[in-house]
Design a protein around this ligand. Structure first.
Ligand code: NAP
Length: 249
């Protein structure tokens, strides 16, 4: 029997057109959530919608560029009008940017990476905060990366690493601000997974040596469930463990 623990819950997933976001949207729908699927590629969202319907689930498609911040405000207003609350926000969409020395990154590339990986997630939190607080068990999951928090930061991953470190700080701040509520905010480090982003970062790698987004998706869905109790921490998929951020003593 299918586990419908997320029945009647409303979940917004960004970057739902492919990769980790698509697999997560499908898993949330499989567990009974109504999925609001956001990405720019309309055709891919329509294919996702077909798949969700075939599972007996429901989706609302939002073809939108996350850099259109005013559209994110309008989305908050639409969700309020239709549901009055939002139960789950998965901030998954991300951009790798050019892998190049800091001095070679173009200002436009830097700004795009920050806009999609950081500012859009802040704008979503800003727009969805009252809706998430109106849920009996609001859950926020932000897709981070080892690139932003590993002790030995790699050369050439500059804009991406900086954006993911900022995203971790964003999520931890929101966790601190909601710690007395029923809301939980978690970051996720997927590790290397078989997606388009990974293939563009590591073109020489055999994708079949990597785990798939479909393997991670049930773990993300667990973090979205009302039964999840931790906040302000990072779920690390490679070690299947929750890790706590530690600052200098
Ligand atoms: P992906 O295959 O490149 O997919 C990225 C998703 O983000 C797509 O659905 C894309 O949709 C969406 N997106 C990008 N720019 C957007 C924009 N301006 N507006 C709206 N949507 C946008 O990436 P992935 O590998 O699944 O990665 C998902 C998340 O996991 C990212 O945050 C990434 O940094 C993180 N991560 C991945 C790995 C890995 O190995 N795969 C490792 C560590 C962290 P459209 O193009 O249709 O808009």
């Amino acid at each position: 029997m299918q586990n419908k623990e997320l029945a009647n819950r409303v979940a917004l997933v960004t970057g739902a057109s492919r990769g980790i976001g698509r697999a997560t949207a499908l898993e949330l729908a499989r567990r009974g959530a109504h999925v609001i699927a956001l990405a720019r590629t309309e055709g891919a969202l329509e294919e996702l919608d077909d798949e969700i319907r075939a599972l007996g689930g429901q989706a609302t498609l939002v073809p939108c560029d996350l850099k259109d911040f005013v559209a994110l405000d309008r989305l908050g207003a639409s969700i309020f009008q239709r549901w009055k609350h939002l139960d789950i926000l998965v901030g998954n969409a991300g951009l790798l940017g050019a892998l190049t020395p800091l001095g070679h990154i173009s200002p436009g590339d830097w700004e795009q990476v920050m806009a999609v990986n950081v500012t859009a997630n802040w704008r979503l939190i800003r727009s969805m905060d009252p809706l998430l607080r109106a849920s009996p068990a609001g859950r926020v999951v932000l897709l981070s990366s080892g690139a932003g928090n590993r002790a030995d930061l790699r050369a050439y991953w500059g804009a991406y690493a900086v954006s993911k470190a900022a995203l971790d700080a964003l999520g931890r701040t929101y966790a601190a601000e909601t710690v007395t509520t029923s809301m939980k905010v978690m970051m996720v480090n997927p590790g290397p997974l078989r997606t388009d982003m990974r293939a563009s970062a590591m073109p020489g790698e055999d994708p079949m040596t990597l785990r798939s987004p479909e393997e991670l998706a049930p773990k993300i869905a667990d973090l979205c469930s009302p039964g999840w109790t931790q906040t302000g921490a990072l779920y690390d998929f490679p070690t299947d463990s929750v890790q706590h951020f530690r600052g200098p003593a």
